[in-house]
Design a protein around this ligand. Structure first.
Ligand code: RET
Length: 291
């Protein structure tokens, strides 16, 4: 009988159609010729780590459960991020994928293997990080959980179909069809942010902060599909290192800058943000214990 680890490796290779090992990918990125690419990963590990520490420090005196919940969601964005970039750095979530016929990068080779370097771990981990960004935005706008969880479901659908777009090797048309599907889910999220949450933030009294977060989020998030389309997975006019830095810079804006702006606002525990002692208690009028 095959050991499970061997089966896992075979499944992964079959999905990614690659015989390249993590070790080879690690050496390809950190071997000296791809310093820019390597830096785009390592800088984000450092920034995510600093952000986690910053949130812990800034949030140390929070007393109301609602700002505490927002701070926790903010921290989880960077918790996912540090894990995501560690996956990329180690080569675990990188792959070499052969592009289908007609793709501008068809026939390319990477690390001695036919195909292009695909940072598939990025799409996978956005599935876990973007819901926390939307939870924070929705809570700051004062939205209800039905709407917040709806955007979370759509962002998961957007990321998973984006992952499918990156990994599809059978047909160029299907790669772009996945892209269209993913973009449609993305537009649902943009609609909720621009229409529903903007109106709700006005009623909640958080318009000032929400306007800034909305601008950074909507403009920043549009950068991701644009980079995908221009990068090596799309029409391939940007190389892998430029695309990777593009994503890393967008991550800095949409995660760490958004985090600190939100954090500086919630630590003052303004009335528009607080929920009162029994906020989120599982029984009404029972104060959640703090131990
Ligand atoms: C893809 C390609 C397919 C079409 C679309 C995309 C959108 C990605 C977005 C990602 C946002 C990521 C964030 C991560 C923070 O941790 C998957 C690139 C629409 C909007 C904010």
């Amino acid at each position: 009988m095959q050991p499970p680890i061997d089966l896992g490796f075979r499944a992964c290779s079959a999905v990614l159609q690659t015989g390249v090992t993590d070790q080879e990918l690690f050496e390809y990125v950190f071997g000296g010729d791809n310093t820019l690419l390597a830096l785009s990963f390592v800088v984000n590990i450092a920034l995510a780590g600093l952000t986690i520490l910053g949130i812990a420090y800034l949030g140390r005196n929070l007393s109301d459960p609602r700002p505490k919940a927002i701070a926790t969601a903010l921290m989880l964005i960077s918790v996912v991020s540090i894990s995501s970039y560690t996956g990329l750095t180690s080569g675990l979530t990188l792959g070499v994928v052969e592009m289908p016929a007609g793709h501008p990068a068809a026939g390319a080779t990477t690390a001695g293997q036919d195909g292009v370097l695909v940072m598939w771990g990025r799409y996978l981990t956005w599935t876990f990080s973007t819901p926390f960004i939307l939870i924070v935005l929705g809570m700051i706008a004062g939205s209800n959980w039905t709407k917040i969880l709806t955007t979370c479901a759509f962002t998961i659908a957007m990321c998973v179909t984006g992952l499918a777009a990156a990994l599809t090797t059978s047909s160029l048309v299907l790669r772009w069809w996945w892209f269209v599907l993913s973009s449609t889910f993305f537009l649902v999220i943009v609609y909720v942010i621009l229409v529903d949450w903007t109106a709700e933030a006005e009623r909640t009294g958080t318009t000032d902060l929400f306007r800034t977060l909305k601008l950074l989020t909507v403009v920043g998030w549009f950068g991701y599909p644009i980079l995908w389309a221009l990068g090596v997975e799309g029409i391939a006019i940007l190389d892998v290192a430029t695309t990777s830095w593009g994503y890393s810079v967008l991550d800095i804006i949409t995660k760490y800058i958004v985090t600190f702006l939100a954090m500086f606002y919630v630590i003052d525990e303004p009335e528009s943000i607080t929920g009162g002692a029994d906020y989120s208690a599982s029984l009404p009028r029972v104060e959640p214990s703090d131990d």
